[in-house]
Every structure is written in structure tokens, then in C-alpha cells.
Design a protein around this ligand. Structure first.
Ligand code: ZN
Ligand code: ZN
Length: 319
């Protein structure tokens, strides 16, 4: 299946929904940088001595994401490099300009950013707020910058260790990520690497294997895409990723009028959380998933009107 770049993904969305154009155009440079950065950061990540811990089935089955026992302080250098590329774009966003002068030194000096990264991943709002106050920044502005910087660095670390991991189909020479190789070892609705919630989900396209017809399949397996680091993993189709309820009728689907291109909201009748997504069997090309999540904001609006809560709170789904 053809893959779209972040720019192509947004261009396609703007053509379908001209009303979203101003918003999508404003975020296009940031989305392109997010897509390009992980490959550029690979060398800095390799040199800083950071490694994701080895996969441990027992810890995974207990729901422990890999970064829980990783040494984040080693990532200070790659985080600086990511910040240098991302901050000029992030601080060009509405409401972020006034923080430019304080965000740059926060990421460029001291140990602040790995500590803030640990607090962000652990949901430790108190520490994050204290670090933000120390730097003279509002916590939400710091968290927004940090999510982008940390996401790119973690993505780079995953790519260094498992080069094929963003793909659901890999060549024989690649080493698949453990959660792809043994999906039963990771059954959680949050990311096996960083523990963040998914920003978007998709049902896999049909698989055609020219060499081996027996390996071809109808597709339709469900994947979740991490809102922070972009890791993707398999997840049971009828189960709610937020509360884990799996009785029949737990997940309901909301499609916009016309229900075009397989786009939908899946929401939980039990906990009222939702995730946007698409059925790739109804699409010609595979979108860049980070840009795609942003481009589905019309569905976030529809979900918000029904009082539903997004699994991954992002700048485009807080109304
Ligand atoms: Zn993640
Ligand atoms: Zn639920």
C-alpha cells in the first residue's frame, strides 16, 4: 500500500474538507518536522549511550512500558538536538510565541528536560508544574513542547533498535519489534514503549503476498498508534483501550454523514472515551498517522458534542 508523507496526508485532508485548511496549514511545518526528525536523530541517540531495556514478557504482561525502567537522563543531548529543530516551529504556533525566550534555555541547559520527561510519562503533574514554574513557563506550554521533543527522541530510539517497527509488514532482513512479533505479550490499550495513550487507530489494509499466496489475508486487524512516540501495536477489536471492557456492544462507531474513506470515531459505551481512526481497507493509501490524527479533528468536534473524552488529549481535541 502506498504511504503518504505528513504533507501529502494533510493535503488530501484539505482537499476533502476545505474548512479545515487554515488549521491544517498552520500545523503542516510541525507535522513535517515530526515525521523527518526521528531518522535525523538516530546518530545522536546512538552516541548518547541510551538503550531501551530488553523486552521482558513477564513485565510486559504486567503492563509495564519499556521507558519505565530506562535511564532518561542519557537523552539530554538528543533532546537538545530535537528542541533546536522543533522549538522554532512550536513557538510559531498561536499562544506559544510569548514562551519562546524561556523554552529554548529550558531545553538547552541543565537536567531539566529529562526530569520533566520522566514527570510527563509518569503523569506526575506536580513535578511538571514545579519545573515549569522554575523556568517561568505555564505547565501546558512546557508539556506541549516536551511531548513533541520527547516523542521524536523516543521514536528515534525505537527505530535504532527495531528498524522495521513502524510497519506492520517487514522484510525478512528486518528485526521486528517484540510487540509485533509476539502480540500476545502486550495486551494493553497504552503504548508498550512510553505508556502514552493512542491518538488514532486503524484497521490494517488487505495483505497481498506475491511470493506466498497462503500468507495473503483479508486485513482488518486493529492497530493503535501512540500519540506521543508513534509506536504501533495490535489490539483486540471489540475491547475498549481505556477501560479494558470487552463485552459485545462495548465499542460503538460514529461516522460522519456519508461515512467517507473509512473514517470513524470508536467510543466506549461504558467509560465514554473515544479514539478516532480509519479502516485502511477503504482507502487507497496509508496516511502518516500523526498528521492523520490531526486531520480528523472534525470527528473530535463531533465526539466532543456528544460529551465523549479523547483517549489522547492533544492540542486539536481540547474544546
Ligand atoms: Zn509511545
Ligand atoms: Zn471504556
Amino acid at each position: 500500500m502506498k504511504r503518504l508523507s505528513p504533507a501529502e496526508t494533510l493535503a488530501e485532508a484539505m482537499e476533502r474538507r476545505p474548512a479545515l485548511r487554515p488549521m491544517l496549514e498552520a500545523f503542516a511545518p510541525l507535522m513535517e518536522m515530526r515525521g523527518a526528525l526521528p531518522a535525523r536523530l538516530a546518530e545522536a541517540v546512538a552516541q548518547c549511550g541510551f538503550r531501551l531495556p530488553d523486552w521482558d514478557d513477564a513485565r510486559a504482561q504486567a503492563g509495564e512500558p519499556l521507558l519505565d525502567r530506562a535511564e532518561l537522563s542519557l537523552l539530554a543531548q538528543p533532546m537538545q538536538e530535537a528542541a533546536r529543530s522543533l522549538l522554532p516551529l512550536l513557538t510559531a504556533m498561536p499562544g506559544m510565541e510569548e514562551h519562546a525566550a524561556k523554552l529554548m534555555p529550558f531545553f538547552m541547559t541543565g537536567e531539566g528536560s529529562p526530569r520533566a520527561a520522566r514527570a510527563l510519562l509518569g503523569g506526575d503533574a506536580e513535578t511538571l508544574e514545579a519545573l515549569a514554574a522554575e523556568a517561568g513557563l505555564p505547565a501546558p506550554a512546557l508539556a506541549f513542547a516536551l511531548e513533541n521533543v520527547l516523542g521524536a527522541v523516543v521514536r528515534a530510539a525505537v527505530l535504532c533498535q527495531w528498524p522495521s517497527s513502524p510497519d506492520s509488514h517487514y522484510g525478512p532482513e528486518d528485526s521486528p519489534a517484540p510487540w509485533d512479533e509476539r502480540p500476545a505479550s502486550w495486551m494493553q490499550g497504552f503504548c508498550p514503549v512510553c505508556g502514552s495513550a493512542p491518538s488514532v487507530s486503524y484497521l490494517e489494509e488487505k495483505i497481498f503476498d506475491e511470493k506466498n499466496a497462503f500468507a495473503s489475508g483479508g486485513g482488518g486487524r486493529k492497530h493503535l498508534h501512540c500519540g506521543l512516540c508513534g509506536t504501533e501495536w495490535h489490539f483486540r477489536r471489540g475491547t475498549c483501550p481505556a477501560c479494558g471492557k470487552e463485552e459485545e456492544g462495548t465499542l460503538e462507531m460514529l461516522r460522519e454523514a456519508g461515512g467517507a474513506h473509512g473514517e470513524r470515531v470508536e467510543w466506549c459505551t461504558h467509560c465514554k472515551s473515544y479514539c478516532t481512526g480509519a479502516d485502511l481497507r477503504e482507502r487507497e493509501a496509508r496516511p502518516d498517522m500523526d498528521a492523520f490524527a490531526l486531520s480528523l479533528m472534525h470527528l473530535d468536534i463531533a465526539a466532543s458534542e456528544r460529551g465523549l473524552t479523547p483517549l489522547y488529549p492533544a492540542f486539536w481535541n481540547q474544546f
